[in-house]
Write a protein that binds this ligand. Structure first.
Ligand SMILES: CCCCCCCC/C=C\CCCCCCCC(=O)N[C@@H](COP(=O)(O)O)[C@H](O)/C=C/CCCCCCCCCCCCC
Length: 211
């Protein structure tokens, strides 16, 4: 992973994550998240409790991918099939499989919806748009409903420390603001498609509320 964040690399990772027959490669899905973590790390310590959680979840999935059953973890589709067929998922309450691939990926999947909503707000924002408001509106519309009160409060505090819109555009390393807006316009349908494929797969298998 390179030192500086690049929106282009996020785009490439999510683009590579989709196979021709619309399966999602976990390797590239994780690579997209690793890029996003590098961005969050540059924002300072107030965000470290969030990036630690993402890093932990990436690590769980990487361990499955490089482990002895790694061939079943190549795509989200093959992971779901393998874990369900082998009863490796705690479906109603946490038990003997508290860190299954399915429940771990579900947490990142929910966060991907937040990212989609936030980037769409950023893309369509005007010069006086506040990133803290865009972030928290996107959060309230997505992830917040899955988080307890304490986490919601801590996240609210972190949002107040977000840099302004201009800084966000600059750190994306994608050229001037017009070019960033264009790249966001290119990235968002891809992110939305990866999200929707996963959402449909999880819905079909009744996995959207895994504990
Ligand atoms: C300029 C580039 C575009 C913006 C780039 C944004 C980079 C964002 C990177 C990561 C986003 C946050 C991902 C959060 C994943 C949260 C997963 C989760 O829900 N975990 C909770 C549940 O897990 P289990 O306990 O069931 O294992 C966990 O309890 C949560 C812990 C930490 C709080 C997570 C809050 C997420 C807030 C999302 C906004 C992040 C703001 C980042 C600022 C850009």
């Amino acid at each position: 992973m390179a030192d500086t964040f690049s929106l282009q690399r996020v785009l490439e990772a999510f683009r590579s994550s989709m196979s021709e027959n619309k399966e999602v490669y976990i390797k590239y899905y994780i690579a997209g998240w690793q890029e996003l973590v590098s961005f969050m790390n540059s924002l300072g310590n107030v965000f470290s409790f969030i990036s630690k959680d993402v890093v932990n979840k990436i690590q769980i999935l990487e361990n499955f991918l490089s482990g002895e059953s790694g061939s079943y973890y190549v795509t989200i589709q093959s992971m779901v099939k393998y874990e369900l067929e082998n009863e490796l998922v705690d479906l109603t309450k946490r038990g003997s499989h508290p860190e299954s691939g399915c429940r771990t990926l579900l947490r990142l999947h929910r966060a991907l919806r937040w990212l989609e909503l936030f980037l769409e707000r950023l893309r369509t924002s005007t010069e006086d748009g506040k990133t803290s408001v865009m972030c928290s509106d996107a959060y309230n519309e997505s992830l917040a409903q899955h988080h307890p009160w304490l986490i919601r409060k801590a996240v609210g505090v972190a949002f107040c420390a977000l840099p302004g819109r201009d800084t966000f555009f600059d750190v994306m390393n994608a050229g001037d603001h017009t070019q960033v807006v264009a790249l966001l316009g290119e990235s968002l349908p891809l992110i939305a498609e990866v999200y929707q494929i996963t959402e449909d797969l999880y819905a079909k298998n009744h996995l959207l509320e895994l504990p």
